[in-house]
Design a protein around this ligand. Structure first.
Ligand SMILES: [Zn+2]
Ligand SMILES: [Zn+2]
Length: 166
């Protein structure tokens, strides 16, 4: 028995790495060189950085099996080198995600899932209206209004002076 209780969280001195591939929801393959002792949670963090998706929304699937235990490592899941994992987004009750229309005025485009959600207002936007400026974000409007009011005040005070001067 060479495999003693060395399953500690500290990295061993001679760690092997292997290459795996992760296919994301859009079909892009992301190659990763990682250690077989990498946990699913670490892998999800890496993928969240690569895909700009929130970690909580990433589901990893290998050979049809959902890798749901985040503390389990790749070797414990018996994932061999050069395997392809699949990235899936959560399905609510087995139903496909509801199509959301872009919230911008009368835009008919589909809102982009997750990346189309604006962090400054409650809207969901398509690729064209995703940015604050493009959908005239409420959050942005507040800032504009403030500076506009400040300008108006200034104008009013100037006008008062002018009237007084007549
Ligand atoms: Zn739009
Ligand atoms: Zn917004």
């Amino acid at each position: 028995m060479r495999r003693t209780s060395s399953i500690s969280s500290t990295a061993s001195s001679e760690e092997d790495t292997m290459q795996i591939f992760v296919k994301d929801v859009s079909g892009t393959t992301i190659p990763l060189t990682i250690s077989p002792s990498t946990s699913i949670s670490t892998l999800r963090t890496l993928l969240a950085l690569r895909t700009n998706l929130p970690t909580a929304d990433l589901r990893l699937v290998h050979a049809g099996k959902h890798l749901s235990s985040t503390s389990t490592t790749l070797s414990e899941y018996a994932i061999p080198p050069n395997s392809t994992l699949h990235l899936a987004l959560p399905m609510r009750g087995g139903m496909p995600p509801k199509k959301i229309r872009c919230s911008f005025k009368d835009c008919k485009d589909r809102a982009q899932p997750i990346v189309g959600d604006c962090g400054f207002c409650t809207g969901h936007y398509c690729g064209k209206h995703r940015l604050l400026e493009d959908h005239k974000c409420d959050g942005l409007e507040d800032c504009k209004k403030e500076s506009h009011e400040r300008n108006a005040d200034k104008l009013n005070s100037e006008r008062t002076v002018a009237i007084r001067g007549v």
